[in-house]
Ligand binder design. Structure first.
Ligand SMILES: Cc1ncc(COP(=O)(O)O)c(C=O)c1O
Length: 343
């Protein structure tokens, strides 16, 4: 397996060529990003928490940004006079959804490598959007998905492998777009803390690179599932865990973090039960539906804010809105574990 990073850019990819060649992308592009940064419940007497509501993106998650960025860059680099563009990548969820929908809008074939445990509703969604699917045993998790995507790319060079874990476009969109939006939204303030779950690490790394320029003392806390923490030396597994994130296993680390100097960043481990409980609790408190990784980030941000003063603020990001089934399940864990936030 190849772990080399590529596509280092000084800005997010230029979307002009993609929009000219595929005008159907225009309404997606107009609705992408510029998501609200909203105050959410934080610890009494502690720092404030502001969350970036990424579930309002057109296909429902933060991954719309990285998917569109990699899509545009692939179009910018492709010679359409030689062969049609066909895109391949490994994804357990939101990236796959966004790529499948973008491919459908443009008539670009999309081949996705997904875990064989993917919920039938996700598989139907991806198939309905026209994506070709290959599966990997779910116990191999990210390493399994990445290695099959690379093997298919090597066997059939007709596919352009996007490599969301290695393609620095994934960091650039967050550094030059998500992160800049947050800086603008903070107006006179600066961020004192930054909290995000790590799937590829694109969000954590890119936004960090943007925010640390305003505050070199920025405190960063990663969020990772207890069942397969970031950097673990254990083998990968298919235990239930909050989605979109996780360690790779065997000591492998998502390489974007070291690329921006976050190799020693602390992590808070959040169990699947604790994330679902917080999903339920957040909805009960605010009426807003957030997904399990968002709820796990809320827990981590809450912990970091406990170590801050009311004059300080912790920024986090709510990647998607999750499902009502997970939220309903969270109710039982909420009653067993108790509330995070006092009412
Ligand atoms: C729900 C959810 N949360 C968090 C993440 C992590 O984002 P990143 O890949 O930028 O680390 C993802 C990525 O797929 C996700 O789907």
């Amino acid at each position: 397996m190849n772990f080399a990073l590529f596509n280092s850019l000084n800005g997010a990819p230029d979307p002009t060529r993609a929009l000219n060649l595929f005008p159907a992308l225009t309404s997606f592009y107009q609705a992408l990003g510029n998501t609200p940064l909203q105050p959410v419940p934080g610890p009494p007497g502690g720092g404030r928490i502001l969350a970036k509501f990424e579930f309002v993106n057109p296909f429902g998650s933060v991954k719309d940004r990285a998917a569109f960025g990699m899509f545009c860059e692939a179009i910018n680099q492709h010679d359409f006079s030689r062969a049609p563009l066909k895109l391949l990548d490994a994804s357990g969820g939101n990236m796959g959804k966004a790529l499948a929908k973008l491919g459908q809008l443009c008539g670009i074939p999309i081949h996705l490598i997904i875990p064989d445990s993917s919920p039938p509703a996700l598989v139907d969604f991806l198939r309905d959007a026209g994506a070709e699917l290959s599966t990997v045993e779910s116990r191999f998790f990210l390493l399994g998905l990445i290695s099959l995507a690379q093997a298919i790319g090597l066997r059939d060079p007709g596919w352009t492998l996007l490599s969301q874990h290695l393609n620095l476009v994934n960091v650039a969109v967050h550094q030059y777009q998500t992160g800049q939006e947050i800086r603008r939204q903070l107006t006179a303030e600066k961020a004192d803390g930054w909290v995000a779950a790590v799937g590829t690490g694109g969000t954590l790394s890119g936004v960090y690179a943007a925010l640390v320029r305003d505050n070199p003392a920025l405190r960063v806390l990663g969020t990772t599932p207890s069942e397969l923490p970031f950097g673990t030396y254990d083998p990968p597994n298919d235990r239930d865990k909050f989605g979109g994130a996780g360690g790779m296993g065997f000591g492998f680390r998502q390489p974007f973090l070291a690329h921006v100097g976050l190799e020693h960043v602390p992590f808070k481990e959040v169990s699947w039960q604790a994330s679902l409980s917080a999903m339920y609790e957040f909805h009960r408190l605010t009426g807003v539906r957030i997904g399990a990784s968002a709820a796990a980030n809320w827990r981590s941000a809450y912990q970091l804010a406990q170590e801050m003063t009311p004059a300080q603020c912790v920024i986090t990001l709510f990647a998607d809105a999750g499902s009502d089934a997970e939220r309903d399940r969270g109710e039982q864990y909420f009653h067993a574990m108790g509330a995070l936030h006092p009412v």
